[in-house]
Unconditional design. Structure first.
Length: 70
């Protein structure tokens, strides 16, 4: 199950569930060869009300050897 709701994350933390955010899942998909690039998916997320710091986006793009400017 994939959730990105604050209440759900707090409950998961209390239950000691391992959590991975949306960008972590995208990064893993790239590492597993399931997707070719992370940037198009990040751009799609940013076109919604998804909120993430520019610094984290740059880190994910750098980790995946992609251009950090968008």
């Amino acid at each position: 199950m994939l959730l990105d709701d604050l209440k759900a994350r707090k409950l998961a933390k209390r239950l000691n569930f391992k959590m991975t955010g949306a960008l972590g899942i995208i990064h893993k998909a790239k590492q597993e060869g399931l997707i070719e690039k992370v940037k198009p998916l990040i751009d799609m997320l940013l076109a919604t009300d998804f909120r993430i710091s520019e610094k984290i986006i740059e880190e994910i793009l750098t980790l995946n050897n992609e251009n950090a400017s968008h």
